[in-house]
Design a protein around this ligand. Structure first.
Ligand code: HAM
Length: 438
């Protein structure tokens, strides 16, 4: 006999099950509602793309592209990868569908699984879910650069305001927004060189990761969580002191715009983000109960990315929320919602009662109530026990008597009370109790 093999979900992946999936659906629906009020439409890009798309946009030297992608050779020998994020895909789609010809800016949001081969821990998975949004706007050749600063800053602030509105609608607790500006193609390279020179002076005091990053990406040293490096990092030059005039003006305007929108923030000059496409505004949001993986959202501006991928000069700003972490934080704050439950458990006995029970279940379901209809007859005692276990609110008891008289027996499971009523009266009762509970 063949040995029985036990299959398990692959490390870093997991099944999302009811009743928790109800919370996931509620979160995603809330995102749709809130983002819709800001004029965003949904995009559903593919789960896999050419590896080159991610390498070019996220950056070949980043951890995500260098170490964490699930890449494989397709049968036609092209290298494809499971998407580690969706900004690159959205930019590709913007170009592919000629979205620059649509009224600008184009505002898109997405939800779905992303894949990164990271070390799994609380709030960190290899298949995880993001809810993200992007604003893309082709730059007309005649645009006045001075005007842009105010406009771009207003767009940045509105995007951040939208995430905060979404989190507020969900009741997410201890939400903290941190912002920074990492400059542009003019001022950042000069700052990076300065930083590199300073880092080389203290090279021996840094750990192996930071030492390596002096060469590959000195900005990422600022991100380091290594305890012994914190004192050294505190003494490094700060980008805010080295921004060019346009970047400094835009950063100041973002702060003014956030204040106008009553969005509270803290500045964090060490917030550089792990993906290469950012410029100027960057931000991250943390929330309650997430431990070391506490960033529930990250985002920023990425003007030029569309151009880098072969499109017209285009501005971009967006964010992605880690949905797994968002859910975790809501659950830790006791906002996980109730178990799925049922509105009605139909306990029936006898052939005639079965026909009546099926008809009742059909009507109740059509009216939107959650109904459990046992497939075979059960003794009433057993049926009521099962109704209780499923968290049903009412048991509709249908036997010969009820069918003959048209008067249904309804048991309220919370207090055990029982009453006779007509079908119309039962529907009325259900509607009232639903209205009270929602
Ligand atoms: P990111 O910072 O790489 O940005 O990811 C955004 C969020 O996804 C993180 O803050 C975190 O909540 C969640 N996340 C990332 N990796 C994992 C993981 N392994 N397990 C669980 N959650 C994770 C981006 O992806 C950019 N595309 C965001 C963006 C959009 N920037 C501009 N537009």
């Amino acid at each position: 006999m063949a040995e029985k093999k036990k299959f398990q979900a692959i490390k870093g992946t997991r099944d999302l099950l009811p009743p928790e999936t109800e919370l996931w659906n509620r979160v995603e629906q809330t995102a749709r509602d809130v983002f819709g009020t800001f004029g965003f439409g949904e995009i559903r890009p593919p789960i896999f793309e050419p590896t080159e798309l991610f390498a070019r946009s996220i950056g070949a030297d980043t951890d995500v592209v260098g170490k964490e992608m699930y890449s494989f050779e397709d049968r036609d020998e092209t290298s494809v990868s499971l998407r580690p994020e969706a900004t690159a895909s959205v930019c590709r789609a913007y170009i592919e569908h000629g979205m620059h010809a649509l009224p600008q800016p184009v505002k898109l949001y997405y939800t779905g699984p992303m894949f990164r081969r990271e070390r799994p821990q609380k709030g960190r998975h290899r298949q995880f879910y993001q809810i993200g949004a992007e604003v893309l706007e082709m730059v007309p050749p005649t645009q006045d650069p001075a005007k842009n600063i105010t406009k771009d800053a207003a767009v940045d602030a509105e995007v951040i305001e939208m995430v905060m509105a979404f989190f507020a609608r969900l009741g997410l607790e201890s939400v903290k927004l941190e912002i920074n500006s990492i400059g542009d193609r003019e001022c950042r390279p000069k700052y990076v060189e300065l930083l590199r020179a300073e880092l080389l002076k203290v090279r021996d005091k840094l750990g192996p990761d930071s030492q390596r990053r002096i060469e590959t990406n000195p900005l990422r040293v600022l991100d380091s969580k290594v305890e012994s490096e914190q004192g050294i990092i505190a003494g490094l030059p700060k980008i805010a002191d080295h921004l060019c005039a346009n970047c400094a003006a835009q950063y100041a305007e973002v702060k003014r715009q956030l204040a106008m929108r009553c969005v509270a923030y803290a500045e964090n000059w060490r917030l550089v983000r792990g993906l290469d496409y950012y410029m100027r505004t960057t931000f991250e949001i943390t929330a309650r109960g997430l431990g070391s993986q506490n960033a529930v959202c990250g985002g920023g501006r990425y003007d030029g990315l569309v151009e880098l991928l072969g499109g017209p000069p285009t501005k971009g700003i967006g964010f992605a929320i880690g949905e797994d972490r968002l859910i975790l934080s809501l659950q830790e704050a006791g906002k996980g919602g109730e178990a799925q439950g049922r509105d009605v458990f139909v306990a029936w006995m006898g052939e005639k009662a079965q026909a009546a029970a099926i008809a009742a279940a059909q009507k109740l379901r059509a009216a939107g109530f959650r109904v459990e209809l046992p497939p075979v007859e059960q003794k009433f005692g057993k049926a009521l026990g099962q109704a209780d276990k499923l968290g049903a609110r009412y048991a509709l008891i249908l036997g010969d008597d009820e069918v003959a008289t048209g008067q249904w027996t309804v048991k309220t499971l919370a207090d055990g009370s029982q009453a006779k009523m007509s079908e119309a009266e039962f529907f009325e009762l259900l509607k009232k109790s639903k209205a009270l509970s929602s």
